[in-house]
Every structure is written in structure tokens, then in C-alpha cells.
Design a binder for this molecule. Structure first.
Ligand code: ARG
Length: 578
């Protein structure tokens, strides 16, 4: 159990004993070392509820508490806080355990859990644009953290590979072919889509043909299906390129698009009917949920339409089918959906219908992981100068180019191939880190200058911090084998502050996983790098006497490995030499 969890459990027991009723102690890391290493805030709420004096209650909790094996001091402070200062020995042990263990002593907290992470999920008729970036980055990081914690993670790329837009594209394709242009290679998916759309808007005969093509596609017409497959093929090849460039862990095996559920949609509607949930409204099959959360601006109930009057199915129907599949076939105990916040209402409805229909049992946690939109530096929607959408590939390539300039300035002597590798790691890392370090629910302003800065909470800063620790080893030419078994001794305050951070890695990852918030991890890494700087400024490493040198090198080692592991969980590469 991590230190915070041990404190939480023991303090909660003492508090519950003091008021003869269950109460959480709410132990958190102290914001300021003045208030010890951890602080329990739960006494005040308990005192209010019991109409007791909080300070007196806190004193009573202390009487029931024995933390002598963990803490150096435990004190009541302010209106009823309990401040805990850990003993140096406990922290030193934590560092030594982390150093001795490949996983930095993080246990497989998630073992036995199957978590489906639905992310990226672009609509395939178009090229990936900046709107797909956040889902891809945030979802990927969450999948990595959950997998590291031992969960059985199933990634699901719920691509939009079905729907009326394909009728339009295929009809355009056929037309091109008849005219002898178009060799079925869509070099520029976006331009292809634009041209098809233009034809669709300008020519009613073409629009009619596009609509008929949808019907032919749905009816299984082999020619139309071959074209559809070709479009998907080209489009997915493009996605793959973006994923490669981004270094995300999605593979082809993770793709299960909307079309995969086509055959079961009638059955989903039948199941809703059997559960007594369907109402017909103007020829459409609808689910009305009796809940104030699902009312429109005028107080009118907003139904989930699952089948249109023309027999067509909708985004919601497919999502219900996917949800049922994930629970029943994949055995999910938790499903995360990383999409922008505008889909919050959609998911709230889907979750409620799925529960009512019994598609998801009460043991399954269904969670929308919403995020805000990406804005430009002026705080406006992120668009090209002409007002078009910015292609993701272009944006990422620009990040790498700009990073190359930063690298060239910082280290002009780096051999070209190494410089290129570093530029890629820094450029892509910067884009990812900037996104992940934000509170995901807020909109965020995309700024190359800020994200590529070597100062502040950025990827280059963290990558640089890592490289700096590594350089200490290079200078010391120490092999880690020499250090195994050497004691970690925390004499200086700065050493203790660093060790305290290191001992928190597990609790940080647990929080990222439960709250689906990667910014907890970036905040932690930044704080850790700061503590390392403080340590390195006041505590000589290579010039210290033998025992101190060994102890400090071990602190350096755990720091480097924690940063590397942390960045890896964010999907960011480290660089040995910058
Ligand atoms: N394709 C959708 C879009 O681009 C996102 C799909 C998200 N996942 C889901 N299961 N609905 O908006």
C-alpha cells in the first residue's frame, strides 16, 4: 500500500473510532512543507456533523493513533487539520524499494479489471484534423497508465466508417472513373471530400445519385462495397501515418468502426423494445427517459432516436450496440469515452438507456472523459488563415520543424541523424505534453512558442531534466550494479523533499487512473523535476564521500527512472543527451 493510502486508512480508523461512526480522514500531500508532508482534512467535516469542537476532536484522534512506524511527528494545526511529517527512514526505504524494482515498486492495482478505452475514433471520409488530436493523445495516455497499473486494457478505435457521406464519396468516385480520371488513389482525402461535397451541393442529379448509392451500399451491392473498402483503406492508411508520427499505441487490431455493428442494429432495437423502452414518435422509434437531465431548453423531454422513420439507424444506435458488445463480449468492467465535451449529453443518454436495457450491469462503470476545444493563440477556433480546418499531419510536421530549430540552437554539434531524432521526440512530445498538462475540461490555447519553451511545465523542460540526470551518471561512470544494496540516507532537507516526491509515484498514477486526468501526472513530474533541481543545487553527488555518493546516485537513478516512466505513460519519449 502506498504511504498516502496507509495514512488514509489508519487516520480514518482513528477518526471513525473517535466519533463512533465511519468517516474519511481525507489525507492529502501538504501544499507547503511547513504543514508537514501530508495533511488530513477530514476532521473538520466530521466535527461539523457531530457538532463538536474540531480541534478537540483532532486531539482525540491523535490519542487513538499510532503512526510511530511511519511518522516523525503528528500535530494538530489550524482549525483542526492533522499534519504528518514522515520519518526519513520510511522515505529512504520507499526509494530503495523503487530502485530495486523494475516497476518502481508500483503494484498492479488494476489487476482483474478490463477497461475499454474508446479514443481517437475519427470519421474516415476526411483527413484527421486538429479536432482529433485531443482524443487521440488523452485516450492514449489513459490507456498506457491503466495498462501499467495491470488492467486488461482494450483499445477501441470507433471510427466513423459508415453513413450518408460515403454515398456521396462513392458516387463521386464512380463519376470520376466514368470520365477516366481517378485511379482510386485518394492522394488528398480532404480535397477529394471537398470536391465530392461541391458536386453534391451544386448538382441535384448527383445528390440523388449519392443517396441511391447509400441504399446500394447498405444493400450489399458488391461494386459499391468494393469502392467503400477502397476509401476506407486509403483513409486508414492516412490515419496510420498520423498515429506513427504521433507515436500512439493504437494498431489496426484496435479498429472496430461503426460498420462493425451494422448487422446487430435491428437486434439492439428489438432488445430495447423487449425492455419496454420504445415509443413511436412521428414514425421514428425513440427512447424517452423519465429524468430531468434529459430535457431540452423548453423543458420538453429529448428522446434518444434509435431508428428513423425511413428505417435508418443513428449514431446513438451504433453506440448502444458497441456498448453492449463491450460489456458482453469484451467483458468490460469500465468503459472510457474520450471525446469533446459537446458529446456529453449524447453519452449521458446512451449510458442511461444502456442501464435501463440491461446492456451494462451495475458493476460496469461507464465514463465519458470530456475535453474542451483547441483554440489558437488569440483564443479563437483553430483554423487555417483561409478558415479551413488544419490537418493534423501538417500541424505535427510543423512542431517537429520548430523543435529542430530549438535543438540546433541549443546543441549545434549534434550529428544530423541524432538531431533529427531529438527534434522529433521534442516536437511531438511538446504537442502531447501541452495538451496533457491542461485540465482537460477547459478549452486550451495552442502555442508552439509556449510548448517548445525550455522553461516551465513543458515537454522539453522535462526531457532536459531527464537528460541532465543521465549526464551525472555519465560523468560518474557508475554502473547501477555497483549501487545495488547501498543504503539511501536522507540527511539534508532537499534529499528528503526529493525522496518524498519519489515515494508518491504510485498514488499519483492511481489518481490519474481513477479520475482520468493525465495532468495530475504532468504536474507531479514538474514538481519532481523542481525537487531534483533543489537537491542538485545543495547536495554534491560525485564529489561526496563514498556512502553519500552512493546514496545520492541512487536518488538520481530513481528520479531518472520515474521521469522516464512518467513520460512514457504520457506517450512521450526521453532523450539521453540533448
Ligand atoms: N466519430 C466520432 C466523431 O468524430 C467520435 C466517436 C466517439 N466514440 C463513440 N463511441 N461515439 O465525433
Amino acid at each position: 500500500m502506498n504511504i498516502r493510502a496507509q495514512l488514509e486508512s489508519r487516520l480514518s480508523q482513528a477518526l471513525s473510532a473517535a466519533i463512533a461512526e465511519e468517516a474519511p480522514a481525507i489525507v492529502q500531500p501538504s501544499a507547503n512543507p511547513k504543514f508537514g508532508d501530508y495533511q488530513a482534512n477530514g476532521v473538520m467535516a466530521a466535527a461539523r456533523r457531530m457538532k463538536r469542537n474540531p480541534r478537540e476532536l483532532a486531539e482525540q484522534v491523535l490519542e487513538k493513533l499510532d503512526l510511530s512506524d511511519l511518522a516523525e511527528s503528528v500535530e494538530v494545526a489550524g482549525p483542526g487539520f492533522i499534519n504528518i511529517t514522515l520519518s526519513a527512514g520510511v522515505l529512504a526505504d520507499a526509494v530503495m524499494r523503487a530502485d530495486a524494482e523494475a516497476r518502481l515498486d508500483v503494484p498492479a492495482l488494476g489487476a482483474g479489471r478490463t477497461v475499454v478505452v474508446d479514443y481517437s475514433s475519427p470519421n474516415l471520409a476526411k483527413e484527421m484534423h486538429v479536432g482529433h488530436l485531443r482524443s487521440t493523445i488523452i485516450g492514449d495516455s489513459l490507456a498506457r497508465v491503466l495498462a501499467f497499473l495491470g488492467c486488461n486494457v482494450i483499445r477501441q478505435n470507433h471510427v466513423g466508417d459508415w453513413g450518408t457521406q460515403f454515398g456521396m464519396l462513392i458516387a463521386f468516385f464512380e463519376e470520376q472513373r466514368e470520365r477516366g480520371i481517378g485511379d482510386l488513389s485518394i492522394a488528398d482525402m480532404e480535397a477529394f471530400y471537398r470536391q465530392a461535397k461541391k458536386r453534391f451541393d451544386e448538382d441535384e442529379a448527383f445528390a440523388e445519385r449519392a443517396r441511391r448509392t447509400v441504399v446500394r451500399l447498405q444493400g450489399g451491392d458488391p461494386k459499391v462495397n468494393a469502392d467503400w473498402r477502397e476509401i476506407l483503406h486509403q483513409s486508414l492508411a492516412h490515419c496510420r501515418q498520423v498515429y506513427d508520427l504521433l507515436g500512439v499505441s493504437l494498431t489496426d487490431a484496435d479498429i472496430r468502426g461503426e460498420s462493425a455493428y451494422n448487422d446487430v442494429l435491428p437486434d439492439v432495437v428489438a432488445a430495447l423494445d423487449a425492455a419496454g423502452l420504445l415509443t413511436e414518435s412521428q414514425g421514428a422509434q425513440c427512447v424517452f427517459l423519465d429524468d430531468d437531465a434529459f430535457r431540452g431548453s423548453e423543458g420538453e423531454p429529448v428522446p434518444v432516436i434509435v431508428r428513423k422513420s425511413d428505417g435508418g439507424y443513428l449514431y446513438a444506435t451504433t453506440d448502444l450496440a458497441a456498448l453492449r458488445y463491450r460489456c458482453r463480449t469484451l467483458g468490460a468492467t469500465r468503459i472510457l469515452y474520450a471525446t469533446d465535451a459537446r458529446q456529453a449529453f449524447h453519452f449521458a443518454q446512451i449510458f442511461a438507456v444502456a442501464r435501463a436495457a440491461g446492456f451494462a450491469g451495475p458493476e460496469v462503470s461507464l465514463e465519458h472523459v470530456p475535453f474542451g476545444v483547441m483554440l489558437n493563440e488569440a483564443g479563437r477556433p483553430f483554423k487555417t488563415r483561409e478558415g479551413g480546418t488544419i490537418k493534423l499531419a501538417d500541424l505535427l510536421n510543423e512542431a517537429v520543424q520548430r523543435a529542430a530549430a530549438v535543438v540546433a540552437e541549443k546543441n549545434p554539434d549534434l550529428p544530423a541523424d541524432q538531431a533529427a531524432r531529438v527534434a522529433r521526440a521534442v516536437g511531438i512530445g511538446a504537442v502531447k505534453y501541452a495538451d496533457l498538462s491542461m485540465d482537460r475540461t477547459s478549452d486550451y490555447k495552442f502555442s508552439f512558442d509556449r510548448m517548445l519553451s525550455l522553461q516551465g511545465n513543458t515537454a522539453p523542460y522535462m526531457q532536459y531534466a531527464y537528460a541532465r540526470v543521465q549526464s551525472i551518471f555519465r560523468k560518474g561512470a557508475e554502473t547501477l550494479g555497483d549501487l545495488a544494496g547501498r543504503a539511501v540516507i536522507l540527511g539534508e532537507t532537499a534529499e528528503k523533499e526529493l525522496a518524498k516526491r519519489l515515494s508518491r509515484f504510485e498514488e499519483v498514477l492511481a489518481a490519474v487512473a481513477s479520475e482520468s486526468r493525465p495532468n495530475i501526472l504532468t504536474g507531479y513530474l514538474y514538481d519532481l523535476a523542481g525537487a531534483f533541481s533543489g537537491f542538485y543545487e545543495t547536495c554534491p553527488v560525485l564529489k561526496a564521500d563514498d556512502a553519500t555518493r552512493a546514496s545520492r546516485l541512487r536518488l538520481c537513478d530513481v528520479t531518472a527512472r520515474t521521469i522516464r516512466q512518467g513520460l512514457e505513460l504520457l506517450g512521450i519519449e526521453v532523450i539521453e543527451q540533448m
